[in-house]
Ligand binder design. Structure first.
Ligand code: SAM
Ligand code: SF4
Length: 437
């Protein structure tokens, strides 16, 4: 990235960049650098406003909800920031067996979740590829979860093929930091010490057939402006090489973790996190921007109004976390609200909570999805499917109080609907499930 002082950040340049994003074009690195070096508070308000508008242009008002399911905390790596690191001698560790994983997943399904993100530490023997295949198969067969994504250790092309064939939707992996000296310091032992192996993970996943991949950097390890530019550069390289970039960008921000060993020199402030969410949204307009429960409730609500499109809810970050407390968490969470509380909050903000998984059921992934997103065609699917998924939630899981509160949203949508929403809702009331367009 160029020296900040040399970058022209005058308002007309910034407004040209914003117009390009509103036109659904991917930004180049000079444009991303101009946003990264912007200081004018008034112009930042314009940037946030356009980021919100771009999100609504692509996805409408819907906000996708999911939960992580931690499978294992037994790790052969020693990432200095993580509660599962090998060097954390006091950690209480656990790898779920198939029965336990099914129990946790069904518990989440009973709360209303339809999509889960499987998360695991790296342990080739205890949580390797055979284990993952077994778990994925068992969860699809024995629970009401409709789509599984994974944030697990990088593997070879051949092993990625096995994960894809097992039915994983998105494969997600964070580079943590692109800055090589910082990477080496943070990852001194285990497979993860190999920077190049991690950097090539998206190439291997895409070559194995994953046309939806999720990327990110762990914010707080190094200068965030440098990392954001490097991440966008990585995305642009994938787009040039494969014709497709990331399906999602996440904004994991470093949290305190038991047994971690980090200094907070590069701590990312709340204001900076807002800028990062907006820049991701503008740089790759069609991308899903994901905010986890690492962040506190109020900040998450603000992020939803400036470009974020997916959030996790009611999360636990230890393998037995949903069934009972006991094993060590990966890091502390900032938003402990339940799925129901978050659904209610999102609806009260004039947004539409969504538990939809339709695109995976209809094969709208990779290039097909991006094409629809760029042509502003995906939001009509997203909006109706969000409402259908919410109707199922209200029928099956919601408390009477939340049902009453959300009825107003549903009535308003029925009044606006010209395409038979009433009939589809009636069928859901009669027991039809997985209704989508
Ligand atoms: N073990 C695999 C790996 O490292 O790629 C899979 C996922 S790991 C369990 C999930 C992610 O959690 C890591 O990629 C890292 O970015 C993030 N993480 C680890 N420690 C964290 C912390 N203290 N605060 C916030 N995020 C953290
Ligand atoms: Fe293991 Fe992943 Fe934690 Fe590193 S970040 S110690 S690889 S679980």
């Amino acid at each position: 990235m160029k020296d900040n002082k040399n970058i022209n950040t005058d308002s007309s340049l910034i407004r040209d960049i914003l117009a390009k994003s509103l036109d659904m074009q991917v930004l180049n690195l000079t444009e991303v650098s101009a946003l990264l070096s912007l200081e004018d508070k008034g112009l930042w308000e314009e940037v946030f406003d356009i980021a919100r508008r771009v999100k609504e242009k692509v996805y409408g008002k819907r906000i996708v909800l999911f939960a992580p399911l931690y499978l294992s905390s037994e790790c052969t790596n020693d990432c200095l920031y993580c509660g599962f690191r090998k060097g954390h001698k006091d950690a209480v560790r656990k790898t779920l067996n198939v029965k336990e994983a099914v129990e946790e997943a069904q518990l989440l399904a009973n709360r209303g979740y339809k999509r889960l993100l499987l998360v695991a530490s790296e342990h080739a023997k205890l949580a390797g590829i055979d284990y993952m295949e077994q778990i994925i198969g068992a969860l699809y067969e024995n629970t009401d979860i409709r789509i599984l994504h994974a944030n697990t250790a990088p593997v070879s092309v051949e092993d990625f093929r096995r994960l894809k064939n097992a039915g994983l939707g998105v494969y997600q992996c964070f580079q943590e930091t692109y800055h090589i000296p910082t990477y080496r310091h943070m990852h001194q032992k285990g497979t993860k010490a190999d920077y190049a192996w991690r950097l090539g993970v998206m190439d291997r996943a895409i070559e194995a057939g994953f046309d939806d991949v999720g990327m990110g950097v762990l914010l707080g390890l190094y200068d965030w402006r440098w990392e954001v530019a490097a991440l966008i550069s990585h995305c642009r390289r994938l787009i040039n090489k494969y014709g497709l970039g990331p399906h999602t960008l996440s904004v994991p921000r470093l949290q305190p973790a038991q047994g971690s060993n980090i200094n907070w020199k590069y701590k990312v402030s709340d204001d900076d996190l807002k800028k990062i969410v907006a820049i991701y949204r503008l740089a790759l307009p069609y991308v899903g921007v994901v905010v986890s429960t690492r962040e506190p409730a109020l900040l998450r609500e603000e992020l939803l109004l400036l470009g974020a499109s997916q959030i996790s809810a009611g999360s636990k970050t230890s393998p037995t976390g949903y069934l009972h407390d006991g094993d060590t968490e990966q890091f502390e969470i900032g938003d402990a609200r339940s799925l129901e509380e978050i659904i209610e909050k999102i609806a009260s903000m004039g947004l539409v909570p969504s538990l939809c998984t339709a695109c995976y059921r209809e094969g709208r992934s990779g290039e097909a999805f991006r094409h629809l997103a760029e042509k502003e065609g995906i939001k009509k699917f997203c909006h109706e499917n969000a409402l259908l998924s919410l109707k199922e939630y209200l029928e099956d899981c919601a408390s009477d109080e939340v049902k009453m509160k959300l009825q107003k949203l549903m009535d308003g949508e029925i009044a606006k609907s010209a395409n038979g929403l009433v009939e589809k809702f009636r069928l859901i009331e009669l027991g039809k499930r997985d209704s989508h367009i």
